[in-house]
Design a protein around this ligand. Structure first.
Ligand code: ADE
Length: 226
């Protein structure tokens, strides 16, 4: 999968994609993450990519031209499944959307900044608008890093133990059961006996019971019919 991220602050997220599982996914050839500096696509001699809004309200608005030039250049090279725009008024991102997007071949992710982007970009280029939650960040970069992480980690082969991505919280609309590691007892706090029993079926039943109990207690909304 190839993901092209368009931003005015490439340095804000570059380091993130050079670390840990995101870096490994790229080295294994399972994901290619290309970060584009929007300022490289403006014809303005001062590299400006924003301007005052029509109508006289406060704040600056990202201009259509550099974004058009960047997206059009990418689209001339390959077909994209979606052109995503990170914005607090988009559809709320969740595991279901991550699962769907992880089946894509090519994605563009546009990070918003300033007061917003010229609305014509949203009307003519964007195919899906995504929010990571009901709060406003200073820009779309962290939100883009969040969704790309969630999408890439579930590409088969990215996490060595595939089972571990499948048993994540939210994959079955259930929170994950508790996990423990050695020592079996620490300061008198014990790992549940069942996990030391070696009895595979009883352990799986216990995990499901725990997952259900935690979901009922912490996120009852996940158990409601949708
Ligand atoms: N940009 C600013 N806030 C955001 C949010 N909550 N989700 C996605 N993009 C954003």
């Amino acid at each position: 999968m190839r993901i092209d991220i368009i931003t005015v602050l490439p340095e804000m997220i570059q380091g993130f994609f050079n670390c840990s599982i995101m870096s490994r996914a790229q080295k294994k050839g399972l994901a290619k993450i290309c970060i584009h500096n929007l300022r490289d696509y403006t014809l303005d001699k001062h590299k400006r990519v924003d301007d005052y809004p029509y109508g006289g309200c406060a704040g600056m608005v990202m201009q259509i031209e550099p974004i058009d030039r960047c997206i059009s250049e990418l689209k001339a090279e390959r077909q994209y499944d979606e052109v995503l725009f990170m914005t607090p008024d988009g559809e709320q991102f969740d595991q279901r959307i991550a699962n769907t997007l992880s089946l894509s071949q090519n994605l563009i992710v546009l990070c918003g900044h300033f007061k917003g982007i010229d609305y014509r970009i949203r009307e003519h280029f964007i195919t899906k608008e995504i929010s990571i939650g009901d709060y406003v960040l200073t820009g779309g970069e962290l939100a883009a890093a969040v969704i790309v992480d969630a999408i890439v980690r579930i590409i088969p082969g990215v996490i060595s133990d595939e089972q571990s991505a499948l048993s994540d919280s939210f994959q079955d609309n259930l929170l994950a059961p508790p996990v423990y590691t050695r020592p079996a007892e620490y300061k008198g706090w014990k790992v549940p006996d069942i996990l030391l029993s070696g009895h595979e079926k009883n352990i799986r039943d216990w995990e499901l019971e725990q997952a259900l109990e935690r979901t009922k207690r912490l996120r009852p909304d996940l158990l409601e019919e949708k």
